[in-house]
Design a protein around this ligand. Structure first.
Ligand SMILES: [Fe+2]
Length: 364
């Protein structure tokens, strides 16, 4: 399979991975042959990349971080419970998360942790494409997956993994109490609107700490995920060590996912581009150790991505190097002149440190 941007997809291409809607249902299923109408629809729904079948890379399989069933369950639960809050009159919204929901979040998070433990390969989420019309639902799941993977890497125990995972999955739940015209406003918020938007941290904290099934530290994740190392964050302008380690970890994953996901106002970045931004803010905004853990956990060049190398040849990422996710194995399919090779070969970038990736999405 190969990862291609939807804009470069041609009719006749066959999907190698399903594309989901934000409530966990399938928008276009694996194995479907794309028509121009479907491609237009995917573009309209802001799906940016899809996996397609490709004979030259038919043996390449991008492993999903969690099973399809768990993904659907988690997305369905997030969708259902968040929406339920939005359906309430605004003044009641902060009290709505019921006990049973808390229990279900715990169950689903246990499942996610178990599956992530079994699958310790570098995490690859780019291909888990979701329509971006309801960004917050898929964002909540993505951030939970990143945060839990980072926490595993950092050696946290079972209880801590659950606290972090739940905190990450529910970190933005307070947004469901923000008036829709502010929450969904495509333009820049006014100062007043931004102040209202910022209250999602406190509201989320209030919602979660009233829940017996949700650990108090998970509620603090919602409270502190917009705090920044230099004290420039909100709501309490905490600094450095004053910010709970969970929230420092979560902040990095939150921003990373925001940067790599399409938004109304900008195109998504590739993982390594988002990483540059995070490195730019390491120390000042983010905990450098967390940024490094992210670098070591996430596949910077996802399997299936087309790349060009500094030697001029182009190919597709076919494997990761554990511990060095920035230096994948690339199957070379085109020579320097852009001609198809009759005998593709592979280069392991962890063994050729003189060669670097110079462009992504390089193949037609
Ligand atoms: Fe937030």
């Amino acid at each position: 399979m190969r990862l291609v941007s939807v804009r470069r997809c041609r009719p006749g291409a066959i999907l190698a991975r399903s594309v989901y809607l934000d409530n966990g249902t399938v928008l276009v299923g694996e194995g479907v042959e794309l028509t121009q109408r479907m491609i237009d629809r995917l573009i309209a729904m802001q799906v940016t990349n899809v996996y397609i079948r490709d004979s030259r890379t038919s043996d390449v399989v991008a492993q999903d971080a969690i099973s399809e069933q768990t993904r659907r369950e988690a997305m369905g639960l997030i969708f259902e419970s968040f929406r339920k809050i939005q359906d309430e009159p605004i003044k009641w919204r902060h009290r709505i998360l019921d006990q049973q929901m808390g229990r279900r979040f715990r169950q689903v998070m246990h499942q996610v942790i178990d599956e992530l433990k079994q699958n310790r390969a570098a995490m690859n989420l780019l291909g888990n494409v979701c329509a971006a019309d309801h960004y917050i639902f898929s964002h909540s799941l993505n951030v939970a997956l990143y945060s839990t993977a980072l926490a595993l890497k950092a050696g946290y125990n079972e209880k801590e993994l659950l606290e972090i995972g739940l905190g990450a999955m529910l970190h933005d739940i307070g947004k469901m109490a923000i008036p829709l015209d502010i929450l969904n406003k495509p333009d820049t918020l006014t100062e007043e609107e931004f102040a209202i938007m910022q209250t999602h941290t406190e509201i989320g904290f209030d919602m979660l700490r009233q829940q017996d099934e949700i650990p108090l530290l998970s509620a603090h994740c919602a409270f502190q995920h917009h705090e920044r190392m230099d004290g420039s964050g909100y709501p309490r302008r905490l600094k450095g060590e004053q910010i709970h380690p969970y929230a420092r970890l979560l902040a990095v994953c939150d921003v990373f996912d925001a940067l790599t996901t399409p938004r109304v106002y900008r195109k998504p970045m590739l993982p390594h581009e988002a990483m540059e931004i995070l490195y730019g803010g390491a120390d000042r905004l983010f905990a450098p150790s967390m940024v490094e853990t992210l670098r070591d956990t996430i596949a910077m060049y996802p399997i299936g991505l087309s790349v060009r190398l500094s030697t001029g040849v182009s190919g597709v990422v076919v494997d990761y190097n554990r511990g060095q996710p920035g230096r994948p194995v690339v199957r070379i399919l085109q020579n320097e002149a852009g001609e198809e090779l009759s005998a593709p070969y592979e280069i392991d970038l962890s063994k050729h440190l003189d060669i670097v990736i110079t462009a992504c999405d390089a193949l037609p």
